[in-house]
Design a binder for this molecule. Structure first.
Ligand code: PLP
Length: 495
């Protein structure tokens, strides 16, 4: 039987997985949510013998029920191949008794690769299944990592174009260089003079622009989203939580059925929501620990039940988490409101008009597996330095936010449950922040000298993703005001 997906903003409109993937966002502006969360139908013993690709099939077949076995396996095999620099795809590294799940071994050395290497294949397959003739135009706003991972995934994929908007002064120099050196005739990268939320709001407006949609359709184009609201991103992210548990089992680190905690450095709430789904599929996860940086909207939310974006936006050393509106939280709001779209719409309207909403006591009760906390900039820095000095293991700034929050959680609760930290970026992606955390003396060095120095002290080879941009030339230099995003899109499409 097919699993259907419903919008968080209407009580009818149920679509199949391939349709939900194609649309990204529902017509009513809602996010698609599966009608129920399927249970894993393989034992932990069986799972612990599986490769990443085999695990991916076991998880994804339960969500993408309208894909045939060969379609799905084909997507998986095209995605999780030698683009990753390790056969395990998502290896676990133990440091100080904590298990770091390294999600950064793909093409752009950040966790977005885990989903964005498969999304283009899921999209093209979905288009074929639904007889879509239009060319798919991926439109996305990025706080840094999504953009490059999406560009890498879609570049030169036939039948697609990709347009990426990023905050001109809100991403790291290496992130920016990665994007503006992107090759591929079908790619466009644009900096906007604003922050990530401006870029995201602008992109949402373009998605909702009926006049633009009509013009595009006439010219043979249609939008789709590569942002983390697409279930084609959410579902592949569930895989590594299942895989990590079975790996811990295989390594003899946990007993069968033993509960673990998971800590996720959170921005748009996509990655931690995937862990929540893994839990509901049957992975014994006790606490879902949501780690924020100084943009601590989610911490306040879990503390008080009030989501309030009315606050100053802080630029931090973990820019991929510099977010005041966590889009994927809407799915949790909808689910904990009893899959009641009307209730969810009331909250979202309140968010749109006053920038805040307050959930009910009952909903909070349904969120009690979540724990939120945050790390200040200084705490993040200290965490990197201390872990390196004790173990030689170097983590990036986002992962450090998670590691710091884990320490706070343990101090506060005394809970010693074994814990997986989602390690979301390679330290080479945020080299300057990481090296300055270890020793401020490094601040005088140039970007690539720093990369070499990090390689030396961490005893890790410089990843290919960094080697490539050392000498690459800049291919994208468009910068625009947020009001001009539509014009830029139309020019690129020639409409
Ligand atoms: C995107 C990103 C995050 C945040 O993930 P969400 O799914 O948006 O919560 C954390 N760390 C890094 C390195 C990222 O790129």
């Amino acid at each position: 039987m097919d699993l259907f997906y419903r919008s968080t903003r209407s009580n009818h409109d149920a679509v199949k997985a391939s349709q939900a993937i194609l649309k990204g966002l529902a017509d009513d502006g809602g996010l698609y949510v599966p009608e129920s969360v399927p249970r894993l139908d393989k034992s932990f013993e069986a799972l612990s013998e599986m490769t990443y690709q085999e695990t991916a099939y076991e998880v994804m077949k339960l969500f993408l029920t309208d894909f045939t076995e060969s379609e799905l396996k084909d997507c998986i095999n095209k995605a999780y191949d030698s683009k990753f620099d390790t056969e395990q795809i998502a290896p676990i590294v133990e440091a100080e008794g904590t298990y770091y799940l390294e999600l950064f071994h793909g093409a752009t050395i950040a966790f977005k690769d885990m989903a964005l290497s498969i999304l283009p294949h899921l999209l093209i397959t979905s288009a074929k299944k639904n007889n879509v003739k239009n060319e798919i135009v991926i439109l996305t706003a990025t706080s840094g990592d999504t953009g490059k991972a999406a560009l890498a995934g879609f570049a030169d994929v036939k039948g697609t174009k990709i347009i990426v908007f990023y905050p001109k002064n809100g991403v790291s120099p290496i992130q920016e260089k990665q994007m503006i050196t992107q090759k591929g005739e079908n790619t466009l990268v644009v900096g906007i003079t604003g922050n990530f939320d401006d870029a995201q709001t602008g992109v949402k407006q373009l998605f909702g622009d009926k006049e633009l949609a009509e013009r595009m359709n006439q010219a043979g184009f249609q939008f789709s989203s590569a942002n983390s609201i697409n279930i084609g991103r959410l579902v592949p992210q569930i895989v590594y939580y299942v895989y990590s548990y079975s790996q811990l089992l295989k390594m003899g680190k946990v007993e069968k059925g033993e509960k673990i905690n998971v800590v996720v450095p959170t921005g748009n709430f996509g990655n931690i929501l995937a862990a929540y789904f893994a839990k509901h599929m049957g992975i014994p996860i006790a606490k879902l620990i949501c780690a924020s940086n100084e943009n601590k909207v989610l911490y306040d939310f879990f503390e008080t039940g009030i989501y309030d974006r009315n606050r100053a936006f802080v630029l931090t050393s973990s820019p991929s988490m510099d977010i005041l509106i966590s889009s994927n939280l809407e799915r949790l709001i909808y689910l904990t409101a009893g899959a009641d779209a009307d209730k969810n719409v009331a909250f979202m309207n309140s968010l749109a008009t006053s920038g805040r909403y307050e959930i009910t006591a009952d909903m909070r009760e349904h969120m009690k597996d979540f724990y939120g906390n945050y790390a200040s900039e200084q705490e993040t820095t200290n965490t990197i330095k201390t872990l390196f000095e004790k173990t030689g293991y170097v983590i990036d700034t986002h992962t450090a936010v998670a590691a710091c929050v884990l320490e706070k959680y343990k101090k506060e609760t005394g809970d010693e449950t074994k814990t997986i930290v989602a390690s979301t970026a390679s330290p080479f992606k945020f080299t300057r922040s990481v090296m300055n955390a270890i020793d401020i003396k490094y601040d005088t060095m140039g970007d690539f000298a720093l990369v070499d120095e990090l390689s030396k002290i961490a005893k890790i080879k410089v990843p290919n993703a960094i080697e490539e941009i050392r000498t690459a030339s800049i291919l994208h230099d468009t910068v625009c005001e947020k009001e001009d995003m539509k014009a830029v899109v139309m020019r690129f499409l020639g409409i």
